[in-house]
Design a protein around this ligand. Structure first.
Ligand SMILES: Nc1ncnc2c1ncn2[C@@H]1O[C@H](COP(=O)(O)OP(=O)(O)OP(=O)(O)O)[C@@H](O)[C@H]1O
Ligand SMILES: N[C@@H](CCO)C(=O)O
Length: 317
């Protein structure tokens, strides 16, 4: 489920009338997604996505997230532009909650990506990194390794209740943070580019969505996040080398990696695993077992992490 708030027909029509997009024809709640409420809105002029920001997102960050979409869309990156209201506003408030109207993009998220799709995603990510370098706003990465280690440390006494093997992530995390390189080339990064945040038609990337973790950060780290998200089965038990190779090659076709970035990839991939182990562990402990939302298992990323410790140097050579 991901429609947390009921919006009545009159309220929706009033909202849509604030935009120059024609008259409301229909609005259907979208089941996918867990953070926000999303509707597919059809008007006499086309289709749009209406998002209501429910949790986790600080309204003060919306000019960054939504301004970034416009910046990237203007530079031909496959991201949805935002629709501004008649007074130029990038978001509006309904009963104190922020809502934004966003361009609808075609495509579906791949379930079992192919190497050709991974290559296209690598290239699209590099295009975003290059285009975002001139984006004028800044946002600190609240989930940088030091912060995610701190999250894990706060959860430390409860980690074993999730899985007996999880507490060892703490020591591994301290090693990653101690070795973390802070001087790699930076841009604005997506930092959560899982397959469910990419829309594709065949081998073409038609949409990169969900930029709500975007922040300033190292571009090679973003590639490592995408590697960890795309190149394994769900549980992180099986690595697909063809996907990994295609993803990195696709990226380098658009933005070749420097020597320091390439050398750092094994560690950056471990940092990516630390980030998802920590955020998943925290969410797991915060979400009752019988909640409607399915909890994501942090162990899926402990297995990936073990893989990178053992094979990272070979995989990224
Ligand atoms: N611009 C868009 N064009 C077409 N479909 C979109 C667009 N934005 C979102 N969607 C659809 O809505 C679904 C939910 O969006 P999204 O993943 O952003 O939800 P969320 O709750 O904000 O995210 P998450 O679950 O990752 O926290 C997507 O899976 C996709 O099907
Ligand atoms: N994509 C993340 C959730 C958002 O941070 C995960 O799979 O854990």
């Amino acid at each position: 489920m991901a429609v947390y708030t009921h919006l009545g027909a009159e309220e929706l029509a009033r909202l849509i009338a604030e935009y120059d997009v024609g008259q409301l024809v229909s609005a259907k709640g979208i089941a996918e997604g867990v953070s926000n409420s999303n509707w597919l809105v059809e008007t006499t002029q086309g289709r749009f996505i209406l998002t209501m920001y429910e949790r986790r997102i600080d309204t003060g960050d919306l000019p960054f997230f939504l301004g970034l979409l416009d910046h990237l869309a203007e530079r031909d990156c496959p991201v949805p532009a935002t629709i501004h209201d008649r007074s130029g506003g990038i978001y509006r408030l309904i009963d104190g909650k922020a809502v934004a109207l966003i361009e609808f993009l075609p495509g579906v998220s791949p379930n079992a990506p192919t190497p050709a799709q991974a290559r296209a995603v690598g290239a699209a990510l590099a295009e975003v990194h290059l285009a975002a370098r001139e984006f004028p706003l800044d946002r600190t990465d609240g989930l940088a390794p030091r912060n995610t280690l701190a999250i894990l440390e706060r959860c430390s006494s409860a980690l074993a209740s999730i899985d007996a093997d999880l507490p060892r992530a703490l020591e591994k995390g301290r090693e990653v943070v101690a070795a973390w390189p802070d001087d790699l080339p930076r841009s604005v990064i997506h930092s959560d580019l899982f397959p469910d945040n990419v829309l594709m038609l065949g081998e073409q990337v038609t949409g990169m969505i969900d930029f709500y973790f975007a922040c300033n950060g190292s571009m090679a780290y973003d590639l490592a996040v995408t590697h960890a998200a795309w190149c394994f089965d769900k549980r992180g038990e099986r690595f697909d080398p063809a996907i990994g190779q295609a993803l990195v090659e696709g990226y380098c076709d658009v933005r070749p990696l420097g020597d320091a970035e390439r050398a750092a990839l094994p560690l950056l991939a471990q940092g990516a695993c630390l980030r998802f182990v920590a955020s998943r562990a925290e969410d797991w402990l915060d979400t009752p077992a019988d909640a409607l939302v399915t909890r994501k298992d942090p162990m899926d990323f402990v297995r990936r992490w073990d893989f990178y410790v053992e094979n990272g140097a070979r995989v990224f050579a």
